[in-house]
Write a protein that binds this ligand. Structure first.
Ligand SMILES: Cc1cc2nc3c(=O)[nH]c(=O)nc-3n(C[C@H](O)[C@H](O)[C@H](O)COP(=O)(O)OP(=O)(O)OC[C@H]3O[C@@H](n4cnc5c(N)ncnc54)[C@H](O)[C@@H]3O)c2cc1C
Length: 505
């Protein structure tokens, strides 16, 4: 079989559709374009721009991330992608001058204890002196070393809240872990699956009988490695180290998307269909070897394989005619939370607080109407003009969904009231912009891994169809990239099988 694409004749060319032009879809297209000679890729994106949730804007000397603002570098996805597209030298680290976080305690911002990483204290003495917990709370946290290991009931999942309460006590959960971890997932820790979100803590308990003991043992090993001149991971090497694991693009994450787009266009193997919404899909043969895509305001198009990178609720909708009811129901079992970010610019002198940190997280028991505030221009350089500061305030999430029913002006009013009360803000912001993310944050609730395993099994009934994105095996940018790559690898295998069968028919 030969097919003419872009004026050249390519042997055995297979057409692959990627639905969604966010980072997952672009990563999938990049993997296909760079690793498979016999595919032509069409990326369908319903909006007029690529990048999806990733969006950078600039105005009046401010560089504003309206979605994600950075990514973790101890997972390979994003760093590797940047290397492959020649963008690595554009990445910048966090600003070492402000590497610390604050947590609200009785209405006042207080530093998170030095070396406290999500829930593992790397410096137990810092816990002993923190004002965030009462003396009883501090001692209870440190008594974790004596708490018996949980008996493993096979694949038994446990919520984050249950794990922390059991090992570190209620105060550590309410005052530290809920705001620090809940912030990442905008989730309710009573529902969040530990196995799906922080599996290394399950392993630590099982291997060392205690998270603290496991953390200290790991630290010791790394010190020894460092002393022997070997490389040592930043993760457990002391003060502020965790913050050093984040990177972003100097000119904003949209630059990374633009570089990726350029790389794909240069390959000559990818067409972008912007402003084209996929409304449905069907299989044109019983064997499922061809997929027909229904497009809004356009004629249907047929493909040999399809990668769907939408949230599961949208994927289930467009796949209704193409997949079993069981798979559709399984997709429907993944829940999503909504949130909003208020991006605002201020004069630094308008705050009584020095704003000398990366941001503030707020425990739910403080009863505030915002979840967290990121001090964007303290986290990364060149995000605000001299003497000014850029903030991103998070509202809503799984714990406070009712606030998102308010209109934008009301939400900005709420945020300003909170900034006044918490940081002593004494003037209106220079500007505020509300960005809403409706049903955009997948909730990895207890049983998530089993739900994803079921989806993976059921998906095998529909060869040529792949699902990818942040709903399945990790919520961040590196995970989304890895999932796009994995989907593309499966398509490459599928297409190779098709070609092989055809050649030997
Ligand atoms: C508020 C917020 C903050 C975040 N912060 C961080 C962070 O700091 N660091 C980090 O690592 N991760 C962060 N994340 C997670 C990260 O943004 C996501 O993992 C990642 O961007 C998901 O990319 P995606 O391509 O899977 O989805 P999306 O970016 O949602 O892309 C999907 C695309 O599909 C398009 N589309 C939808 N329906 C159709 C259709 N029917 N036909 C065609 N196209 C369609 C959409 O327009 C969109 O462009 C954050 C997420 C949110 C919501």
């Amino acid at each position: 079989m030969t097919e003419k694409v872009s004026g050249r004749t390519a042997p055995m060319l297979r057409r692959v559709a990627v639905i969604g032009g966010g980072i997952t879809g672009l990563a999938a297209a990049q993997r296909l374009a760079s690793r498979s000679d016999n595919t032509h890729i069409v990326v369908f994106e319903s909006s007029q721009r690529l990048g999806g949730i990733i969006r950078t804007e600039t105005a009046d000397g401010f560089l504003m991330e309206l979605g994600p603002d950075s990514f973790i570098t101890n997972k390979p996805g994003a760093i590797q992608l940047c290397s492959e597209i020649g963008f690595r030298d554009q990445l910048i680290p966090t600003d070492s001058r402000f590497r610390r976080s604050l947590v609200l305690r009785n209405g006042k911002p207080v530093p998170v204890p030095d070396g406290f990483m999500l829930m593992a204290p790397t410096k137990p003495w810092a816990i002993l002196t923190t004002p965030i917990l009462s003396l009883a709370g501090r001692l209870r946290l440190l008594c974790e070393v004596f708490v018996a290991r949980r008996k493993q009931f096979d694949d038994d999942d446990e919520s984050l809240a249950s794990f922390v309460r059991r090992r570190f006590g209620q105060q550590a959960l309410e005052r530290l872990v809920q705001p620090l971890v809940g912030g990442i997932y905008t989730a309710d820790p009573e529902k969040l699956s530990l196995k799906a979100t922080l599996p290394r803590f399950v392993e630590m308990e099982q291997s060392h009988g205690s998270v603290i003991r496991a953390t200290l043992a790991q630290q010791k090993q790394e010190h020894e490695r460092a002393a022997n001149g070997q490389d040592s991971s930043e993760e457990s090497s002391g003060s502020g180290a965790r913050y050093g694991m984040f990177a972003t693009a100097g000119g904003g994450l949209s630059d990374m998307v633009a570089a990726l787009e350029q790389d794909l266009r240069r390959s000559g193997r990818v067409d972008f269909q912007l402003g084209v919404k996929v409304t449905g899909m069907s299989r044109t043969t019983d064997s499922g070897s061809q997929w027909m895509l229904q497009l809004q305001n356009q004629a249907a198009m047929s493909f040999d394989a399809v990668i769907v990178t939408l949230p599961t609720h949208s994927a289930a909708r467009i796949l209704e005619a193409a997949i079993s009811q069981e798979l559709q129901a399984a997709l429907g079992r993944i829940e999503y939370a909504s949130s909003a970010i208020v991006v605002s610019g201020h004069q630094l002198s308008d705050f009584a607080h020095p704003m000398d940190a990366f941001g503030l997280v707020i425990p739910a028991i403080e009863g505030r109407r915002i979840l967290a505030v990121s001090f964007s221009s303290r986290k990364f350089r060149d995000r605000a003009p001299e003497g000014q500061i850029l903030l991103r305030t998070f509202v809503g999430g799984a714990m406070q969904p009712e606030l998102l029913k308010q209109d934008d002006d009301t939400i900005v009013g709420i945020v300003n009231e909170e900034l006044r009360s918490i940081f002593g803000m004494n003037a209106e912001p220079m500007f505020s912009e509300v960005i809403r993310y409706n049903h955009a944050m997948p909730q990895y609730n207890v049983g998530h891994l089993e739900r994803v395993a079921r989806i993976t099994t059921l998906l095998k009934e529909t060869p040529g169809l792949q699902l990818a994105g942040s709903s399945y095996t990790g919520v961040g940018i590196p995970d989304s990239i890895a999932s796009g790559w994995a989907a593309a690898d499966n398509v490459i295998q599928h297409v190779a099988g098709q070609v092989h069968r055809e050649q030997h028919a």
